[in-house]
Design a protein around this ligand. Sequence first.
Ligand SMILES: O=C(O)CCC(=O)C(=O)O
Length: 265
Amino acid sequence: MTTASDLISEADRESFRKNGAAVIRGVVEPELIDAMRVAIDEAMADGCAPHYWLQEQGDGAFYNGLFHWIHYPAFASFVQCSRLGEVAAALLDAERINFFYDHLFVKEAGSPMPSPWHTDAYYHPVVGGQVLTIWTPFDRVTPESGSLTYIAGSHLWSDEKMGERLKDMPTPGEAIEGEQVLTWTLEPGDILVHDARTVHGAPGNLTRGRRRALATRWLDQDTRYQPVEEDLWAMGRKAGNLLPEIDVAIGQPFDSKLFPQVWPR
Ligand SMILES: O=C(O)CCC(=O)C(=O)O
């Protein structure tokens, strides 16, 4: 049986360490991709998960939603039965991985809106440990259709540099003076991995095809719950779009019904 270590090369690990991001090819099985395509359409049609339409429905729409795994069994299987938890453990050298949340980004054909430059860490009510994002596309993605784009090495920036740099950035997809920008073309089955501190964004989808992608976030055993002013839950409360209530106490590890252990299984 193929293990995560067989899928991740030394070059992938080195890219993840040095750049804060890497592409890993051929990780997600075709059956899971097919099941998720059906589940994504269902989720977008019935709107049960907390979500926002960042661009109105129809041509050029942009759907952004969270915690689908609680509502849709196909998302739960994707999280719990795919190789992703094991990939997270292997990349982070973690003893244990708990699942944090899923975040679905669908840019329909011609969706012009870029996903702005940001770090995930900024929105996470987390101290200590490591948080990994795995970005899985369900369509072929290219820079023209909105492939996720990274600033190499930005996970190592000081808070001061991060604040300065993020003030004045060109649109994702454009070159940035003095920085190396990383982007890849991916086939369904390939994944991108990034550190929660890596600066990333995505251009709009300028093609005639869909760009469906699920970001899944994974926590190692040393992460602890610590709310922060503008975290995802606080943003949801402000927008009247409530996320499920966090079921761990402040200062405690994320290991609960809402944040299940996924590795070791
Ligand atoms: O897929 C996108 O457009 C944005 C993804 C993203 O920003 C994220 O995973 O944090």
